[in-house]
Design a protein around this ligand. Structure first.
Ligand SMILES: CC(=O)SCCNC(=O)CCNC(=O)[C@H](O)C(C)(C)COP(=O)(O)OP(=O)(O)OC[C@H]1O[C@@H](n2cnc3c(N)ncnc32)[C@H](O)[C@@H]1OP(=O)(O)O
Ligand SMILES: CC(C)C(=O)C(=O)O
Length: 562
């Protein structure tokens, strides 16, 4: 049961004393160093950890999209993890511009095994961690601050000693005071400075100081304050790479990472699509694409984001949510009428090389290799814009606005009665039934037409009426006028639109007419034919037949009074 008074069990996170904080006034103008921990933090959180084959495919994909720092595992955890790192090294799988990182607890035997795993790599970073927060000091380690500092210091000393024995590898150190964000800042500084004093980094050979929110416990501004505080107070800042490793327990890891970068972080650790312990690590894809939509090149290439997602889903055996930013199945889809209307207008106005300004779409799906197919989908929440967009995209039909209004009522009825999504082929089938297959009682058969400036248009027309062939003749000041006169129909042409469908020899004409038949209401007819004039005749008959079908026997007559 939720408590009536949660304050009896939970306490608010204290603010950071940083009155002159600078980060709120900053903007991000370049990407951080990206570090993927998919193969470590991501992998350790999977129901079934990845096989070596999957890890390798994942590694190669990370390389392909441009990640330069990849945490490849926890080699002392298992033979599988150890062998994977050895395989990368021995089979020369690590490109020259990529650095691998191997994680270890600050325990002697684990450190030895970890260093051993990476020997022979061109470059490798040994990542050592120990938890420093009060609850860990008390509950997990049963140690005072100074003893906790000694764990990190002794671990670093051992690493320094071991890596010195393998100078063919260019070694780096990453130190994580685990659970940094729930630790007193002065203690985090004390332990990081102590590690730095052992490792002795220089501006040319920096040490990575990774400041994780191991469990996200406060609003992102608090994390940003903590990062800015550390950047200002740590010894030898110019010799350090400040890294962040936000988890997503409160659902704000992306915001925390972004504010932390504004606060001075140089590097971000995370996983693709936010895999990782519990609610996951920060999602590197969202971070990168957020930068991209601000006009900042992220240095990671998600031009085929669906392929990346597919591989990640396969390796992690976890689905990516349909609403996941940038990649989810539904994130570029509008069902609702007003969104569809604005998107359709936005697409029509958007120039190919101009700044992207399509309402409701923060990014051009094409930049991510995604198609426009799913941008607009139709259900009972949709308006005319949605179905018009689908008919245009899928079938090349450009319905005039008033026809959109007329036809959308039929689509709405269909969506309401099924209660389901109506796909483009359903809409087209309905459109065909409603307009194109209206061949009773009148159906077009053939015509011959002569036109001269003195007499206008003369037409000989063959139609069927109720199945019976009928030949008639008429004249008028244009083809439609002559056609209507030949049939003796009581109709007035209110509006006319035409356009080509397709190009070249296969091109056809689509013609839309709005007619008033007798005293009845106005309604549309549509004709499609390889001949533009025939298309217009078919459109007229479509409207007349629709009128007769709707009006029934009581309807207005279509034949002119004698
Ligand atoms: C926040 C993070 O994600 S950190 C990374 C976590 N990832 C993993 O743990 C995955 C891989 N880990 C493993 O497979 C195992 O933990 C192993 C093989 C590395 C070690 O297993 P075990 O030897 O059984 O130790 P275990 O991990 O349970 O740790 C317990 C002991 O290590 C100590 N310890 C835990 N973390 C650390 C650390 N970072 N540095 C030093 N000591 C540590 C604990 O205090 C405890 O000590 P105690 O036995 O004296 O009480
Ligand atoms: C090892 C550290 C960086 C970690 O995974 C965490 O704190 O979440």
């Amino acid at each position: 049961m939720m408590l009536k008074n949660p304050a009896a069990k939970y306490r608010p996170f204290p603010a950071v004393p940083l009155a002159d904080r600078q980060w709120p006034g900053r903007t991000i103008t370049q990407p951080p160093i990206w570090m993927s921990t998919d193969l470590r933090d991501g992998n350790q959180a999977l129901i079934e950890p990845m096989s070596p084959e999957k890890k390798l495919r994942f590694f190669e994909m990370l390389v392909k999209i441009g990640v330069k720092e990849i945490e490849v595992g926890f080699p002392s955890a298992s033979q599988t993890d150890f062998d994977f790192v050895r395989m990368l090294v021995e089979e020369n799988r690590i490109p020259d511009d990529v650095t691998i990182i191997v994680l270890t607890q600050a325990r002697d035997e684990l450190i030895r095994r970890t260093v051993e795993s990476a020997v022979g790599a061109k470059r490798a970073i040994v990542h050592i961690y120990n938890s420093v927060a009060p609850v860990f000091r008390r509950v997990v380690f049963g140690m005072e601050r100074e003893e906790i500092v000694q764990i990190a210091v002794k671990g670093t000393q051992l690493i320094k000693e071991l890596v010195a024995q393998h100078p063919q590898t260019q070694w780096g150190l990453e130190y994580s005071p685990e659970s940094f964000s729930t630790t007193e800042l002065d203690f985090s500084k004390q332990i990081v400075d102590a590690v730095g004093a052992v490792w002795q980094p220089t501006p040319g050979n920096k040490m990575i100081v990774n400041l994780p929110s191991t469990v996200e416990a406060a609003t992102p501004n608090v994390y940003a304050d903590q990062i800015e505080w550390m950047c200002r107070h740590l010894d030898n800042r110019e010799s350090l790479v400040i890294s962040v490793h936000p988890h997503n327990d409160r659902g704000t890891a992306v915001a925390a990472a972004e504010l932390a970068v504004m606060a001075g972080a140089d590097r971000v650790e995370g996983c693709l699509f936010g895999n990782g312990e519990r609610t996951g690590n920060v999602d590197l894809v969202t971070l990168a694409m957020n930068l991209y939509t601000q006009g900042v090149a992220p240095g990671l290439d998600f031009s085929d984001i669906d392929a990346v997602r597919q591989l990640v889903e396969e390796c992690n055996q976890l689905p990516v949510h349909p609403r996941h930013p940038y990649v989810g199945d539904l994130v570029f889809t509008a069902f609702s009428g007003s969104h569809q209307d604005a998107i359709k207008k936005g697409f029509a106005k958007q120039q190919p090389d101009a700044i992207w300004e399509v309402p409701y779409l923060p990014i051009d799906p094409a930049d991510l290799g995604r198609s426009y197919d799913a941008v607009i989908r139709v259900n009972s929440q949709s308006g005319k814009g949605g179905m018009a967009y689908l008919l245009q995209q899928e079938y090349g039909l450009e319905l005039p606005r008033r026809l959109q209004i007329e036809f959308s009522r039929a689509v709405q009825r269909m969506a309401d009665s099924t209660g389901r999504e109506v796909v483009a082929s359903d809409i087209h089938a309905l459109f065909s039934r409603e307009y194109l297959e209206q061949d009773r009682p009148y159906d077009y058969v053939a015509h011959r037409m002569v036109e001269d400036s003195a007499h206008g248009v003369q037409i000989d027309l063959d139609v069927t009426q109720g199945g019976a062939k009928q030949a008639c003749r008429g004249a008028g000041n244009g083809p439609i006028d002559a056609f209507v006169n030949a049939l003796g129909l009581d109709i007035r042409l209110m509006d006319y639109h035409e356009h080509a469908i397709g190009r070249g020899a296969d091109a056809r004409a689509a013609c839309y007419v709005e007619l008033r038949v007798g005293d009845g209401a106005t309604l549309f007819g549509v004709g499609i034919d390889s001949n533009i004039v025939t298309a217009s005749f078919r459109a007229v008959l479509s409207a007349v037949n629709r009128h007769l079908a709707q009006a029934g026997e009581q309807g207005a007559p279509v034949a002119r009074a004698a």
